[in-house]
Design a protein around this ligand. Sequence first.
Ligand code: S3P
Length: 427
Amino acid sequence: MKKILPIAHGVRGELEIPGDKSISHRSIILSSLGTTTVEVSNFLAGADCLSTVNCMKSLGVKIERFGEKILVTGNGLRGLREPENILDAGNSGTTLRLLMGLLAPQKFLTTFTGDDSLRSRPMARVIRPLTEAGASIVGRNSNKNLPITILPAEKIFRGITYKMPVASAQVKSALLLAGLYAEDATTVIEPAPSRNHTEKMLAAFGARLERTGNAIKIFPAEKLTAPEKISVPGDISSAAYWIVLATILDGSDVTIKNVGVNETRTGLLDVLRKMGATIELRNERTSGGERAADLRVVSSKLRGVEFGGEIIPRLIDEIPALSVAAAFAEGTTIIRDVAELRVKESDRLAAIVEEFNKISPETFSATDDCLTIRGGRKKFFAECATRGDHRMAMSAAIFGAAAEGVTLDDDDCVKISYPNFFDVLKV
Ligand code: S3P
C-alpha cells in the first residue's frame, strides 16, 4: 500500500527520467541478431525490458548487465537456439508479441507464458498474420491466449501483405521481424501510424525497408550489422506524469531532460498544447536515429478538447495521465476511438472510470470506445486500486498529489516501466 499526500507547491527544477521502454526492448532484440557486441546505454532496467533480456538469454544470446548499461553479443540472424524451458514474458506484451514474430520462422519449438494480465490479453491479432505467412502457432482457447507454443517452422516463410485492422506497433513489429526470414518482401499496412522504433532501428542495422504512406515493406535479410553503441533516450510515456503534474499544479516550472520526441510518440504534447499547456522543446537533437529534447513545462490553465482518430496511437499509453489533466481543465474533454485501452495491462477505460471517479465523482464516463471527462469538479481524498497496472498506478498517484491525496493498494507494479517513480514523486 502507498499513501500519496497532496503536493502544496509546484514541480520545479530539473528531472531525469528512465530510458524508453519500447526502444530498450528493441535494442536488446535487434542487438541479439548481430554478431558483434553492442553497448546499450540508458537501458530501462524495468521488469518488462528485463523479461526481454531473460528471453533472449534463453535463446542463446550473451547479455551482460551493468546497471543501466547492457552488453549484448548476438550469434547472428540465424544463430538463435531452442530454449530449454518455457519463456516467461511476465507482464510484457511487447516482449511476447515481438518475440512471437522473431521466433515464428525458426526451426525450433518455443512455448511462452506470462503473468495473469498477459495471459488474458488477445494474441490472435499477431497469430493470424503469422499463420498466413507460414507459422504454426497454438494458443489456449479461441482468443489464442497464453500459454502459446510456436512449432518449428516447416514451410518456407512467405512474404505477406497484411492490412492491420487496428493500429498496433507490436503487431507491426512482429511481422517486420518475421519478414527478415521470409522468401520475399513483407508489407504491413497500418490504419494510422503507430510508433516506428522497430523500422528505424532495423534500418540502422542495415535491413532494407521502404515506407509508402501507411505501408511499410521489409525485404528478407541475410545478416544484420549491429552498431557499436545504442543510446536509449528518456521515455516520453514516463515523462508524461511530470508533464501533466507540472501543468496542473500552480507554481510549476520544470525541465525534463533527454526526452524521446519521435513524432509517433508526441501526441500528448499536441493535445496538451491544444488544451492550453505551455511546453517548450529545448536543445533538440538526434541520437541513434531518434529525436530527443529537454522539455520545459510551466503551470497553465487548461480547457477541455475533443479528439480521436489518427492521433490515438501517438498517445495511447498516455491517456490515463491525460485524463488527469482533463479533470483539472475547464469544460469537457472527449477522447474518441480508444477501444484499444480495454486490452492493455488492465481494461484502462473501466479503470479510469471506476478508480478516478473515486477522486473526482461524476467526472469520468465511457462507452465502448469513447472516454468523456467533465473537468473542474470537486476532488476528494480516495483509496484507488491500481489493478496491477503500472500506468494506472502512476496516473492515480499524480491525480491524488494534485488533489487531496490518494492511497494505492499496490505500488510494486510501477517497476514495470518506472522503478524509482515514487522516489521522484516525493521531491
Ligand atoms: C508498444 C506498443 C503499444 C503500446 C505498448 C508498447 C511497443 O501497444 O501500448 O505500451 O513497444 O511496441 P500496441 O502495439 O498493442 O498498440
